[in-house]
Structure formats: C-alpha cells, structure tokens
Design a protein around this ligand. Structure first.
Ligand SMILES: [Zn+2]
Length: 386
C-alpha cells in the first residue's frame, strides 16, 4: 500500500498550530499566538496517515517567543525539552526533538496511523467536569458557580468543609494560564487526597479548614487552546490590580467572592517552560511584607521539602527576588490585600534536576503527586495562618 499525504488537524478543543507545508514525512508548522503578542508556547495537533513513518514536525517560529525578565542565565524553553505524543489521547509519552538555529524539530516514529502531539498532556474541559463530578459526589464538597465566562462557560468553585469560628479560609487556584495543564493534574491530585475518606490528613484538613478551590480560572482560554490569554485577550495573571471586569471578568468574579469570604491562605498553580525544578514565590516583596509572612512562607517551604523530594528551597525564584512585587499578579495582589500567606507554585514542563525521571520528565502523575504532597505543607502552617 502506498503512503498517502500526512494530514495535520487542530479542529478540536485545545488544538493549536498553524500548518505551513507537508513534504514526505516532514510537516512544517508555526506556533499560533493567542492574540497580537507572543504568548504562543502551546501546540496540540493531530496527524493522520502516519503509519510506518518517521515523523518530523518542524516549528519554524520557535524562537519568536517572549521570555520573562531575569532569565538570561537560564536555557530557553526548547533546550532540553521533549514533547509528548499519544495514539489514544489518554496515554502520553515523551518523544525526541532538537533545537537548532531557531527551529525546533519534533522527531517521532508514528506510534499509530493517527497520532496526537502536544506541548504537555492536555487536561481537557471534560476532565475538569469529571473532576468536579467526582468531588461533589463526596458529601463534604459542593459546587457553586461564580459566574459565566465571556464564551458562556461556568466558572466553577468547589467548597469543601464548613465555615466556623477561627477556621482559616484556604483558596486553591489553577490554570489562569491555559497551556499550563500540569496545574489541572495538580489540583486533581490535591482534591483526590483531600476527599479520600481513608486519608487521615485529608479528613483532618476538611474538618479544620474552610476551603475554596477554583480548578480552572480560565476555561475559555483552555478550550481555545491558548497559551496564556483569556477569550478577551487578557493575561489573567496580570489583572489582579483593580481588576477590569470587561477584559478580566474571571478575576473580577473570584476577587468579589474573596472579598466577601476572606482569604487566610492562597495557592496559585502554574507551569514554567524553562526551569528544571519546582519553585515557589512567596509574599516577600509586597509593600506590606512582614516577618510573620516571611516565617510562614519559610515554614511552608520546609514542610514541602520534607513531603516532596523534587522540591528544594535551594531552587529559588529565578533572577533573584525583584525589588518590588508586581501587584498585577495574583499571588502578590492577594498577599497585599488580605495580609495572608499567598504562594505562587511553578512546576516544570521539562523535568526536575532533583528526583528526575529520564523517561517521562515532569509528568501529569508527578503533578498530581505534588498536589497530594501539598496538603502536608498546608498542614504545617494551618494553625498559624492568622
Ligand atoms: Zn503561569
């Protein structure tokens, strides 16, 4: 049987890539920017007609990405990074790739006639819905809708535990940035342990805390296959200062609820494309920083070191602490407004240099495991949050 032409498709939820050309076993593509800027790490596409081929996918504009400040000493996102491939969209493995002269080339034998290739294993909205359903089937958890997004999706809030005098208000958020799907797996792991009736710590935290979980802050961006922006072209993690309900309605809805309920602790889960380690950002540069928050952050980090071998406080926020906090970012804005321990969590797309996994790198399974481990760190500080 002669081989036909390879067909590349992105016509499904979360799909993203701009096809350029097909020649033999080589597909050339460009990354699609979310909007006018250079937020465009994310790719997720399907190739059909691939059986028996040694596929090459050339990303022509890989070097056009924006980079964060303070990263001059850090390898870029492509160096040392390996993409994911799947024959069924359920089981994902890393494949080979190289980066030279500004061009990133994915190299994989076709594992089936139709294969999916992604920057990181997707966490589709159907999986978000399944996570919500699993959580609310537990009598200790109930679902509230904070509101509706510009494209008509629910902005879901899970409430766990019951309010009571002196009970800390604990907020967990994920996926302000759609491409950082490890945050979805992280929240899934955290919720699974929290609501596991056989887990003593999960039970204790459900009793002791008043917990608010927003697993998917940016559902429109997730469905659109965006890298960072929402449907109105806004990077939500640059919208927490005097939020604009027009461009960042998701943030406005969450902040309104936070102001009504209070915040004693907040954890905001993200992924970092460049760095080979898990790291935390704490409330150390905000205008109202205090020794109380310094101590809490330090104790939280030490507890996470004990519960998660991949995390070390020796792996700091890159480029050193800024002189002043960016109060457009959730973790800083929340710490400043609520005078509480507010933490940015970053997980790698590549691998961790501690406790590394040469085959899978930092995987969905390890993201979920970090979610479970995070409960130990919350437990270590929960009695002193106020
Ligand atoms: Zn992020």
């Amino acid at each position: 049987m002669s081989q036909g032409t390879l067909t590349l498709s992105t016509g499904f939820e979360g799909g993203s890539a701009l096809p350029v050309s097909v020649s033999g076993e080589t597909l050339r593509i460009r990354l699609r920017a979310d909007a006018a800027g250079r937020d465009m790490n994310w790719f997720y596409f399907r190739i059909s007609g691939a059986a028996g081929r040694e596929l090459r996918v050339v990303i022509e504009n890989a070097s056009d990405l924006s980079r964060l400040a303070g990263r001059d000493e850090v390898p870029d996102c492509w160096t040392g990074y390996r993409p994911f491939v799947s024959a069924n969209r359920r089981d994902w493995t890393r494949c080979d790739a190289d980066y030279a002269d500004g061009v990133f080339t994915i190299k994989t034998p076709a594992v089936a006639d139709t294969v999916w290739v992604a920057y990181y294993p997707p966490f589709p909205m159907d999986r978000h819905d399944a996570m919500i359903a699993a959580a609310v089937s537990d009598g200790r958890c109930r679902l509230e809708r904070l509101g509706v997004t510009p494209q008509g999706r629910d902005l879901d809030l899970l409430r766990i535990g019951t309010p009571g005098p002196g009970k800390p208000k604990v907020w967990i958020m994920g996926r302000q940035h759609p491409s950082e799907t490890m945050a979805g797996f992280f929240v899934e792991g955290l919720l699974a342990r929290l609501l596991d009736p056989s887990d003593a710590l999960g039970r204790a935290l459900c009793d002791a805390l008043d917990i608010f979980v927003v697993p998917t802050v940016n559902p429109d961006g997730c469905a659109m296959g965006n890298t960072r922006l929402n449907a109105r072209g806004m990077n939500l993690n640059r919208a927490w200062d005097g939020t604009d309900p027009e461009t960042a309605p998701e943030v406005a809805m969450i902040l309104t609820r936070m102001r009504a309920e209070g915040v004693d602790f907040c954890l905001d889960a993200h992924g970092d494309e460049e760095l080979p380690y898990v790291f935390l950002g704490g409330p150390l540069e905000i205008p109202s920083r205090s020794s109380r928050l310094d101590t809490l952050f330090n104790d939280f980090g030490q507890a996470l070191e004990r519960s998660c071998p991949a995390y070390s406080m020796d792996d700091p926020y890159p480029g050193g602490a800024p002189e002043t906090a960016d109060l457009r970012m959730a973790w800083n804005a929340i710490a400043e407004e609520f005078d509480c321990l507010s933490i940015l969590l970053e997980m790698p797309f590549k691998d961790t240099h501690r406790d590394s996994d040469p085959e899978m790198g930092w995987s969905p399974a390890r993201s979920a495991d970090l979610g479970r481990s995070m409960l130990d760190a919350i437990d270590a500080v929960r009695r002193r949050l106020r």
